[in-house]
Design a protein around this ligand. Structure first.
Ligand SMILES: [Zn+2]
Length: 362
């Protein structure tokens, strides 16, 4: 090593900085390409039509943060945000109260209390807590996760119990009775299951969230089968598949599920970067299932975040990078969705789902 590059105090620091800039040693995670193309760049500050965001979480913790969030929502054109609390009991009540200053701007959904799921007699207490949350103001349920190891609702976990399990029947039926849609996250993106090697298309994110080292979980396709059995079992309950049911890599498979199951919607949250590399196929999918897809974010409260989603949905921009937002090295493209589709995905499909509970409100 040449003398001027040697720093006895911080030798590692210097060589790391050098590696980051040398084309011989640059790592994928440090790669920050800039588009070379002189083509249109669309800046969309506010969505073309009003939005109901069907997938968010209680990111804002204080009254001041909630106020700032509402201001951001006003500026970007989000009329209402559904807060998936995943919580029950005192935890749900506290979040509910925090956001109660803006009943027109936030809708609160609760979780499931899965306590005692592996003991005889599970069911009635969980149903009772659901009814209590409904009374308190919960309008739906979510986000309930099953990444293959069993159901998870925030801190409440049921390893080994999947949504099609008979033990879940009473709860899922009750949701239908109460007009509470369920936001259900099944599986995870496909590259998390694949080998962590040079062929992995989503390596930058896949390695961080890897599932390939968890051999005992149900596979992605296994979880889709479980989801479809659940949908068939509970036809009067509305379900929203979070993140395209993690079938963003195989939208045709999601299309089949949507066609077979009239009680299924899908949210598009946190899968913008995963669909923007295939703009022609993705926009055809939006066109075909425009009445079954709902807008969602799941990515915080900041204005630039919302604006990236508008650019992808509304513009026809090509080959742009949003690495800081999404952590993928891919370039993205806009879908240029029609006004008619945008209105459905941004708003009118969500109003149909949210209307379910007002029909049942007692
Ligand atoms: Zn989420």
């Amino acid at each position: 090593m040449p003398a001027q590059e040697t720093n006895p105090a911080h030798p590692g620091k210097i060589s790391r900085a050098k590696e980051m800039h040398s084309p011989e040693t640059i790592l994928l995670k440090d790669y920050r390409p800039k588009s070379i193309y002189k083509i249109p760049v669309t800046q969309i500050d506010k969505a073309k039509f009003p939005i109901i965001d069907m997938h968010s979480h209680p990111y804002a913790k204080t009254a001041k943060e909630i106020e700032e969030w509402v201001k951001n929502m006003d500026e970007v054109g989000v009329q209402k945000t559904v807060i998936l609390t995943m919580a029950t009991g005192a935890e749900f009540d506290e979040i509910y109260r925090k956001y109660s200053k803006y009943p027109e701007r936030f809708e609160m959904w609760c979780g499931f209390d899965l306590t005692g799921y592996n003991k005889p007699g599970f069911g009635p207490a969980a149903v009772k807590e659901l009814e209590r949350c409904r009374q308190m103001g919960a309008r739906g349920v979510g986000e309930i996760h099953d990444k293959g190891g069993g159901l998870v609702s925030g801190k409440s976990k049921a390893p080994g119990m999947h949504p099609d399990d008979a033990r879940m029947d009473a709860l899922l039926e009750k949701c239908g009775e109460l007009g509470m849609p369920i936001s259900l996250h099944v599986a995870d993106p496909i590259w998390m299951y694949q080998k962590m090697d040079k062929t992995n298309d989503g390596l930058m994110n896949a390695y961080l969230w890897r599932l390939d080292n968890k051999p005992n979980i149900v596979s992605l396709s296994g979880m889709i089968d479980i989801f479809e059995r659940t949908l068939a079992k509970h036809r009067k309950t509305m379900f929203i598949a979070c993140h395209f049911a993690n079938l963003d890599y195989d939208l045709a498979r999601l299309g089949e599920a949507l066609e077979r199951n009239p009680n299924l919607y899908a949210d598009i949250s946190a899968r913008y970067a995963e669909t923007a590399p295939i703009p022609r196929f993705a926009s055809k999918f939006y066109e075909k299932y425009a009445d079954r897809l709902v807008y969602g974010t799941d990515m915080g409260v900041e204005k630039p975040m919302y604006r990236v989603t508008f650019r992808i949905l509304e513009s026809l921009d090509e080959h742009f990078y949003e690495i800081e937002q999404f952590d993928y090295h891919w370039s993205l493209n806009g879908f240029g969705l029609s006004d008619e589709i945008l209105k459905q995905v941004y708003y009118s499909n969500a109003t149909k789902l949210l209307a379910a509970h007002t029909d049942h409100a007692g």
